[in-house]
Design a binder for this molecule. Structure first.
Ligand SMILES: [Zn+2]
Ligand SMILES: [Zn+2]
Length: 380
């Protein structure tokens, strides 16, 4: 049937022909589970590379070995993946950068810098759903078979073994960057999976807005981030996601459950973020979390540390105000008082410095920097 026949066929025929296309776009359904591809094929080769990467990752000192956190995140992935659940293996990696990735063999990496930035379970489900979208549509294989990607892929292979495990996914991301259409498809599938699992999809554009705001806070606006490097313009993507989410409101965010689950790791991840040294992004992140969770001293303390370390005009005042606010909230990390002592010491306020250092040593008698703090006390 050519176009003319089609048009002449009238609306009954139009409807009949168009209906399946509409159904495909709206009620996307996942393909059946994948079987392990033959090793002699390009796909089989890709899988075996990823299997090797996964073995390295399991042994890596960066692998977060917390069975409870792992089971929690794996369960979210499972509920999103549906029939593909048995093939999805979540690995949590301790790296203070916003990134997640899923390899064609089912290895999913989620970095702790991403977890630190999630406000609730629904936002994490958005990221995981998106990555499962790439997986079920086998986007990596499409890229591998794309002639233009071959050279980059060869470079990626050459880079293996030369760099640390943590850097590899970044290299993979730039070498195997997904196309814009693939990203849009993954976004659409991720949203559909979230809805099916009962999550509030309004959290998807919200999460993107948070990330855009944080990236814009960086001086010079250098948006380097493995995720941004591989995806369509974030603002455009956020807009498209907001439109899709608005179509079907409702669902849950599971914010309380989320906070409980990450609590055992929160201070460690905050410390990693402080040490990352991206002060402006860190301040933007902490300010957002403080607004959301004004009764949590941890984020206020973290922002104080970042101000103190940045030490630009006015930063010591800002640090002092935040340390004091953290102490007022209560349940503050002991290091809050070390920070107060350091600021007072810099300002030659000896009695205040002494009182703060003493409080720190009281709250953290086994602090690794205890000897140094004691030497400060003897100065005065
Ligand atoms: Zn991605
Ligand atoms: Zn993607």
């Amino acid at each position: 049937m050519n176009r003319r026949d089609f048009v002449a066929g009238g609306c009954a025929a139009c409807g009949a022909l168009l209906a399946p296309a509409i159904a495909r776009a709206q009620d996307w359904s996942a393909p059946a589970r994948f079987t392990r591809p033959d090793l002699t094929t390009d796909e089989g080769g890709l899988w075996s590379i990823m299997d090797r990467e996964e073995r390295q990752l399991r042994r890596s000192p960066f692998a977060v070995r917390d069975p409870q956190l792992h089971a929690y995140v794996q369960d979210i992935a499972c509920r999103l993946a549906g029939d593909h659940c048995p093939d999805v293996r979540v690995h949590i990696v301790r790296t203070p950068i916003f990134n997640a990735n899923m390899a064609p063999n089912g290895m999913m990496q989620i970095w702790t810098g991403l977890l630190l930035r999630m406000e609730n379970e629904a936002q994490l489900a958005a990221v995981i759903g998106h990555e499962i979208g790439h997986y079920v549509e086998r986007h990596t294989l499409e890229r591998l078979r794309d002639v233009k990607a071959r050279v980059a892929f060869a470079q990626f292979l050459g880079a293996f073994g030369l760099i640390g495990a943590v850097a590899q996914i970044g290299v993979l991301a730039s070498a195997m960057a997904y196309g814009r259409d693939q990203e849009r498809a993954a976004d659409r599938i991720g949203l559909a999976l979230m809805r099916k699992a009962g999550y509030d999809t309004a959290e998807v554009p919200r999460m993107w807005g948070n990330l855009i705001a944080e990236t814009n806070a960086r001086p010079g606006g250098d948006p380097y981030n493995p995720l941004f490097a591989t995806h369509p313009a974030p603002a455009e993507r956020q807009e498209a996601l907001a439109q899709m989410a608005a179509g079907q409101p409702g669902g849950s965010t599971h914010e309380e459950a989320w906070r409980d689950r990450i609590k055992p790791h929160l201070r460690e991840w905050l410390l990693d973020e402080i040490r990352r040294g991206q002060h402006e992004e860190g301040i933007a992140l902490m300010s957002r979390m403080i607004e959301r969770l004004p009764k949590s001293a941890d984020y206020v303390y973290a922002r104080a540390e970042i101000y103190r370390l940045r030490a630009k005009d006015g930063d010591l005042d800002a640090a002092l105000a935040d340390y004091e606010a953290a102490a007022r909230i209560g349940g503050e990390p002991p290091e809050t008082h070390r920070g107060l002592g350091l600021v007072h010491r810099t300002r030659k306020q000896a009695p205040e410095a002494k009182a703060s250092f003493q409080r720190y040593l009281e709250l953290a008698p086994n602090a690794p920097d205890g000897a140094m703090i004691k030497s400060y006390l003897e100065e005065t």
